[in-house]
Design a protein around this ligand. Sequence first.
Ligand SMILES: [Zn+2]
Ligand SMILES: [Zn+2]
Length: 355
Amino acid sequence: MPTLDSNLSTNTAAVMPALVYTGLQAGVELATRPVPAISGVDDVLVRVAATGVCGTDRGILLGNFPAVSGVILGHEAVGEVAAVGPAVSSLRIGDRVVINPTYYCGTCRPCRRGSPAHCQAKEGREIGVDCDGTMAGYIALPERFAHPLPDGMSLRRASQVEPLACVLNNLEAAAPRPGDHILILGAGPIGTLCAFVLAAQGARVSLAERDPQRAELARSILPNRVSVSAGPTTALRPDVIIDTVGILLEEALERIEDGGTVVVMGEREGVGAMVALRSLVTRGLRVVGAGPYSPRDFELALDLADDLPLEALITHDLPLERYAEGFGLLGAGPLATGGYGAMKVLLVSNERGLS
Ligand SMILES: [Zn+2]
Ligand SMILES: [Zn+2]
């Protein structure tokens, strides 16, 4: 892998490996790209340690999630500050950080009204989707999107803060009451993380997953009190259902208790559902989507991660050049075997790894 010379700030000839979305059938290729320059006075350059492969990345490869061809993939990243712009005040070279990839401008109407999650200036700024992401040696970004890690938190654990922010945002939308039975559909990293957080809070939670390998992986990670089954049990009607698969709304509405809430969490391009609207009225059902997480969710996730052994979700870490194997374990790309062989895969960006 290319490495940088010590004179990073001049940055003239430095190059890095980068996993680039080609837009073609094969999906991705490992390319060599220039190390990004710090362009804003408050930008930092982060040496990426590792990036989690997410359902979004998988969706891009499978053609289920639109992305711009030529962008570097990846958004769930941790690393170390390698250079800082002249106006950076909160970070120093060597600080370990987790990246918040949900950029916001701070000046549009939603941002000014306190909803930066709904920022109107996101186009062209979604990293790993329509602008360059973190499956590379380095990324440059404004300092406010690089959060310093608390002392003692491992990079491995911190790599799960971004999906945890996503989960916290959706759990807030679900608004379970004490004693509610919560059913999570799908035992991927997000579904398993939902169950992990809810179980830690003492909630009554169960998980349904049809893929036997995924179900087994989830079982091995979660506390015993979380039941993991192939399908929802008919004995109990859940008060809250979180559909992390993103295509199970009709099934969820059939199974939910009257007065219950269904959170649609998985994102699938072009998927719809037939809903008998009368039943929403007569049964008092809520169907909600949480939208993207806010900077507040990200900070809460960072705090909560201090107490949760999130590294348990990581089943594989592979060097960046073994990306095809990593995607294959998640059922995407030419090495896919049809099922899931992993929970969370990290792609490690440099030879220093996660230490
Ligand atoms: Zn993600
Ligand atoms: Zn904005």
